[in-house]
Ligand binder design. Structure first.
Ligand SMILES: *[C@@H]1O[C@H](CO)[C@@H](O)[C@H](O)[C@H]1NC(C)=O
Ligand SMILES: *[C@@H]1O[C@H](CO)[C@@H](O)[C@H](O)[C@H]1NC(C)=O
Ligand SMILES: *[C@@H]1O[C@H](CO)[C@@H](O)[C@H](O)[C@H]1NC(C)=O
Ligand SMILES: *[C@@H]1O[C@H](CO)[C@@H](O)[C@H](O)[C@H]1NC(C)=O
Ligand SMILES: *[C@@H]1O[C@H](CO)[C@@H](O)[C@H](O)[C@H]1NC(C)=O
Length: 247
């Protein structure tokens, strides 16, 4: 069954807003690696909570999970060091000490959030579990032209954000409520006859406003923004100044 955007917006109930990161509980069972693959395709990665603040925000809301679930923490067995997805060494980890976790069994190289205790357990990566994915958009509350936004994102983050899946779109909509402008720049650009995401993502998911002319945009309407009102994409004049999403 195809999930609609409306259903995804209901995920707000599960959505844990932690500033930069929004976490989503995914109700599918996968091995850790496949879960990570899924998160990277539709979101950003399996959920991480590196600082104390992030951890508290994540855990405060994680009780919405319906079962034990993978998070983005794994062990490099060769060196015995736990790492957050993305490669950062994990320094403080909220292990379930009361249940003698981690129990350090040699094959337990992945971490799950144990439902009833809001704490982490090590587990065999090949177990099939539900999981938490996160998006990592940053809404920048600065008014910039599209080019200015691109430059800012590439300097301070990686790129202007791609809302290239329904999940990313849902996350961006949640975050866009904080924007100070009616439109929010995204990484959508029209050049040489086509729209594309500046970071190279596939443009097979689209959310254009069908009432607008986006296929052959006028010369001055070739930058893509999210419209807070319609919840759709719209092509705007690249010189207008809006808030924007970086990733
Ligand atoms: C929990 O999630 C709700 C809904 O997304 C959010 O409004 C609230 O701030 C979150 N609480 C914490 C402590 O992060
Ligand atoms: C597993 O290893 C960690 C770190 O080396 C240690 O703190 C913990 O007590 C060990 N757990 C058990 C059950 O031995
Ligand atoms: C999420 O974005 C923030 C801000 O750009 C960055 O510091 C952090 O490393 C990112 N997290 C991951 C897991 O990529
Ligand atoms: C950006 O523009 C909006 C709308 O014009 C305005 O309300 C807001 O104060 C501006 N923000 C900044 C940081 O200049
Ligand atoms: C978009 O393309 C990617 C890779 O080509 C594919 O994995 C994905 O399923 C496609 N998504 C849709 C909605 O067709």
């Amino acid at each position: 069954m195809k999930t609609t955007l409306a259903v995804l917006l209901i995920m707000e109930l599960y959505g844990l807003s932690s500033g930069l990161k929004q976490h989503f509980f995914v109700d599918k069972q996968k091995k850790w690696c496949s879960a990570q693959q899924y998160c990277k395709t539709y979101f950003h990665s399996l959920s991480t909570f590196v600082s104390d603040t992030e951890k508290h925000r994540f855990l405060a809301n994680a009780s919405t999970q319906t079962s034990n679930a993978w998070v983005g923490l794994y062990k490099k067995p060769e060196i015995g060091v736990w790492k957050w997805s993305g490669g950062i060494d994990a320094v403080q980890i909220s292990w379930d000490n009361g249940m003698q976790q981690p129990n350090n069994l040699t094959t337990e190289n992945c971490a799950l959030l144990y439902k009833d205790r809001n704490a982490l357990h090590d587990e065999k990566c090949r177990e099939q579990l539900k999981f938490f994915c996160m998006t990592n958009f940053t809404l920048v509350l600065q008014n910039e032209t599209w080019d200015g936004a691109l430059e800012y994102c590439r300097t301070h983050y990686k790129d202007l954000a791609s809302l290239s899946t329904m999940e990313r779109m849902a996350s961006a909509l949640l975050e866009s409520t904080q924007a100070e402008t009616e439109y929010v720049w995204t990484g959508l650009r029209f050049l040489a006859g086509d729209w594309f995401w500046v970071n190279g993502d596939d443009l097979n998911y689209t959310a254009w406003d069908q009432n607008e002319q986006h296929q052959c945009p006028a010369r001055d309407l070739r930058c893509g923004a999210l419209d807070k009102q319609t919840h759709l994409w719209t092509n705007r004049n690249c010189d207008e100044k809006f808030s924007f999403f970086c990733q």
